[in-house]
Design a protein around this ligand. Structure first.
Ligand code: TYD
Length: 410
């Protein structure tokens, strides 16, 4: 179900010199964070459905280009063929899409858009309404079906050079939170080169490792997220290719993301000044080791907090059956005795169990029906929106435990 991956996928550090021959040098990626054995974060199964199983979750750091990545790669078919993650219909996400479309339009007059990892087609639907001609690509059959029903043409498949060869060349390519899920970056970049004409604008949105470390967002580390990108690592990856970094934009979405705007090297020859973010970036192994200490501390604290409430006879539920919830629950070793249920708006997740546990996932209305004393906010990236949405429950005494960046009771 998974394979070991112990060389840098951006710059090739520690890569064996040839197939079957071990690296001639002493190069080795540095282990910086280890959560032991974990279930797959989106493996929400109904009663009786087979589980995918458990896989080590460990982060390695590249001392040459500063990329951090998992030590294993789970078979993508296991992860994505049938995928429970659906792009959030939240207000924050809609606002983010509007900002994204605005920023893309300020850089490109192009009208044809290809979205890689288009999920249920939510962003493309919005772009279509703005006059773009759109095409999505996604490996999840269930989500492609959903997108097509919403009039978003979508091709089933994993994007790479082979698939790109049969796609039309396009003015704008978007890949939101997909790149860090991809194992073979060289193949992906070759695919980008294949669909890009001279003026194509490629927009890759990824969580930024600087934000992950700063906010101690360890719960965003799970098997789907193979890489934790820095700008230095992106430069290292693109250096031998026909593509170059054009501009970087920061967004608050998902706890801090960057949009990497990329163009062909032979396009407009303007020299773009380095962003402040890049100038100030200096992420070293020690930063990750410190992150690891803080994360383990946070895990112990949340476990103790929940156990103390339970010992006092208080009830605790969860909100948001996010992938992040699986990481927290597994790291803290919670079961239904600790968290009675997790409420979530996603129909695909409701009436399943939190991966590796007996904690049921319910509809969102369960919070108001059950009025638990405490609700663990596992979708903390939508904090303000959730606090506003649950005003009534809060007025009835329900308190929220927000676990990131620091455990806080609201
Ligand atoms: P998200 O933070 O997008 O993702 P990840 O799985 O990458 O950690 O997931 C948020 C989850 O929380 C998603 O399953 C939808 C759910 N959710 C609610 O149930 N209610 C809400 O008000 C919001 C904002 C999210």
């Amino acid at each position: 179900m998974y394979k070991i991956h112990n060389h840098c996928r951006a710059c090739g550090y520690a890569k064996p010199v040839a197939q079957g021959i071990k690296s001639s040098s002493t190069e080795k990626l540095i282990p910086v964070f280890d959560l032991g054995i974990q279930p797959l974060a989106n493996d929400f199964c109904k009663d009786g459905e087979p589980h995918a199983g458990y896989v080590p979750l460990k982060v390695l750091y590249c001392p040459r280009c500063s990329l951090a990545q998992l030590s294993v790669v789970v078979d993508p078919v296991t992860l994505y063929r049938h995928y429970a993650y659906v792009t959030s219909p939240s207000k924050m996400m809609r606002q983010h899409f509007a900002a994204l479309i605005h920023d893309i339009s300020s850089e490109s007059e192009g009208k044809s858009v290809l979205e890689i990892g288009s999920n249920d087609g939510r962003l493309l639907h919005m772009m279509k309404d703005c006059g773009f001609s759109v095409l999505g690509v996604d490996p999840a059959e269930n989500l492609c079906e959903l997108a097509r029903r919403n009039d978003v043409p979508t091709q089933i498949g994993f994007f790479g050079e082979d698939l790109a060869r049969i796609l039309p060349s396009t003015d704008i390519v978007i890949a939101r939170h997909v790149f860090c899920h991809v194992d073979d970056w060289q193949d992906f970049v070759h695919g980008l080169e294949a669909v890009a004409h001279k003026d194509t604008l490629i927009c890759i949105e990824v969580p930024y490792a600087g934000d992950t470390i700063k906010g101690c967002e360890f719960d965003t580390i799970y098997h789907e997220h193979l890489s934790y990108l820095t700008i230095k690592s992106v430069r290292a990856l693109l250096e031998p290719t026909r593509l170059r970094l054009h501009r970087i934009i920061r967004y608050p979405i998902h706890g801090g993301a960057i949009l990497l705007m990329i163009r062909r090297k032979d396009s407009a020859p303007e020299l773009v000044p380095m962003s402040t973010l890049e100038k100030e970036e200096n992420i070293i192994a020690q930063d990750w080791i410190q992150f690891s200490d803080t994360a383990h501390d946070q895990i112990s604290r949340l476990r103790a907090t929940v156990q103390a409430f339970r010992a006092q006879g208080r009830t605790v539920a969860g909100l948001g059956a996010s992938a992040k919830s699986t990481v927290w629950i597994s790291a803290c070793g919670f079961s239904r005795k600790d968290i009675s249920f997790i409420a979530d708006t996603t129909p695909q997740k409701q009436y399943t169990f939190s991966p590796g546990t007996d904690i049921p996932v319910t509809d969102e209305g369960a919070i108001l029906r059950e009025l638990p004393d405490y609700v663990l906010m596992f979708a903390w990236n939508y904090r303000e929106e959730i606090l506003e949405k649950f005003k009534l429950a809060r007025s009835k005494g329900v308190k929220f435990i927000v676990p990131v960046p620091k455990i806080e009771i609201v």
